[in-house]
Design a protein around this ligand. Structure first.
Ligand SMILES: [Zn+2]
Length: 454
């Protein structure tokens, strides 16, 4: 997808910012042998020399709080591959639930590895009171058991990677002091990566909010550093671009749960771990694979949170046209956005008389008591927005239920009684509820939607 604001588009921009992994070691050693460049960097920092990184070259990850999630493990394996000592720079500022990095520090997702597939979320653990703690400094936030949230993550980190204890540094003071020295916010920070190491980071320049941060703060600082030193800061794109926003990188291996429930921990243990019911994937014998309950599930239970990469409508259409995915591989999550579902999430089948439904963005809940061995299905039509005409999305149904509608369309094609049932059970996504409300206010007329065509 070309970004209209960037000449040459996204791929050119990525190539300009990132340094390929295979070039990093050589590039750093060449630069460190360049006495004039080393002197220039030293003079530039002057009294703001950052001691932690002036010795051997370092592989650096900068996060609010160091925590042993899958992203950190991946970062460690890459720095290990480069033969570089890792360094984690922490900047624990305010808690904002909207920021995914911080959100996942306060609500942990535990995943289980699946042979040949994406890891699946098996448990979640909410650590703080999201409403009360919004806007507070992370350093002041306590878990529901009264432990400081930073201490909590450092405890987990120490359990998983004991050798990292002296490789985590809170650099807030240094950063706050240096960011005001130049009108380029990140100039000093990025200059650390001229010859002292490599920064591992993901700049999500496809994301709207992130993209304005990128253009207004990051890019000018990057270009200024390049202008001053004649070479660009060394940055490696940490996660494969397509997967950068996926929650799995913020997740924790299932094995870490034992430390939270362990008896060595000084403080009282969090006890609010949610347990998702056990599921089984098998052949339906009618229409490919399906997902089945492997235990009895009570009405109202959250069965799973469907997961995937959130993409724009245009990107979704592009992927379908390019044959990269099927129309049923994605889930609409907003008027103009879709979720490119992961393996398990796309295995749930449709039924016109479903056992489950979706709420919020993609939470799958039981509409009734589901017995062990029953298939878990939801009504695909209930997830397709009123802005998607029949010409764009239509599906032949073979669900075989008495209520089968044969041909499926968008949310407006769901029979009134059925729709009322979903409403009563709270089984409609937020964006669908919002659109239905607008249509109701217009006495059944549709608002003017952007015309979408394949
Ligand atoms: Zn049907």
């Amino acid at each position: 997808m070309k970004n209209p604001d960037v000449p040459g588009g996204r791929d050119d921009l990525l190539a300009r910012i990132y340094t390929p992994l295979s070039n990093i070691s050589m590039e750093i050693s060449e630069r460190r042998n360049n006495k004039a460049l080393m002197k220039k960097v030293e003079d530039f920092f002057g009294p703001w020399k950052f001691d932690a990184i002036t010795g051997e070259p370092r592989a650096v990850l900068s996060r609010s709080i160091a925590t042993p999630n899958l992203e950190l493990s991946y970062f460690l394996s890459l720095s290990n591959g480069l033969g570089m000592t890792p360094l984690i720079l922490e900047y624990p500022d305010k808690f904002v639930a909207k920021n995914p990095d911080k959100y996942h520090l306060c609500k942990l997702f535990f995943v289980r590895k699946v042979e040949g597939g994406n890891p699946i979320v098996i448990d979640t653990l909410k650590l703080v009171n999201f409403n009360a703690d919004e806007g507070k400094a992370l350093l002041d936030i306590k878990t529901t058991n009264g432990e400081n949230i930073v201490d909590f993550h450092h405890y987990l980190l120490g359990k998983q990677f004991p050798y990292l204890s002296d490789k985590v540094i809170n650099f807030s003071d240094w950063f706050n002091n240096t960011r005001v020295l130049s009108r380029y916010y990140y100039l000093y920070f990025l200059s650390l990566f001229i010859c002292h190491g490599v920064l591992f980071e993901n700049y999500l320049i496809g994301d709207k909010e992130e993209s304005s941060f990128f253009k207004e703060k990051f890019l000018p600082s990057f270009e200024e550093a390049e202008r001053i030193f004649g070479v660009k800061p060394i940055i490696y794109s940490l996660l494969p671009f397509r997967y950068a926003t996926r929650i799995r990188w913020y997740s924790y291996p299932e094995s870490l749960k034992k430390y939270i429930a362990g008896s060595n921990h000084n403080n009282k243990l969090p006890t609010s771990i949610n347990h998702f019911p056990e599921l089984k994937i098998k052949d339906t014998g009618k229409y490919g694979m399906g997902v089945y309950a492997n235990e009895n599930i009570k009405k109202g239970t959250v069965i799973r949170v469907l997961d995937g990469e959130i993409i724009s409508f245009n990107e979704c259409i592009k992927r379908i046209k390019a044959g990269e995915e099927e129309q049923t591989d994605s889930l609409q999550v907003g008027l103009e956005s879709d979720m490119d579902l992961d393996g398990l999430s796309r295995t749930f089948n449709h039924s016109c008389d479903p056992s489950a439904g979706l709420r919020k963005t993609s939470e799958l809940i039981a509409l009734r008591n589901i017995k062990i061995g029953e298939e878990i299905t939801y009504d695909y039509s209930a997830t397709v927005g009123p802005n998607i005409p029949q010409s764009l999305w239509e599906m032949e149904c073979m669900c075989g239920s008495k209520k089968c509608r044969r041909t499926l369309g968008n949310i407006l094609s769901v029979p009134k009684k059925q729709l009322e049932k979903y409403m009563r059970c709270g089984a409609l996504q937020d964006y669908i509820k919002a659109e239905l409300k607008i249509i109701q206010q217009l006495n059944g007329k549709l608002p003017k939607y952007r015309k979408i065509s394949l």
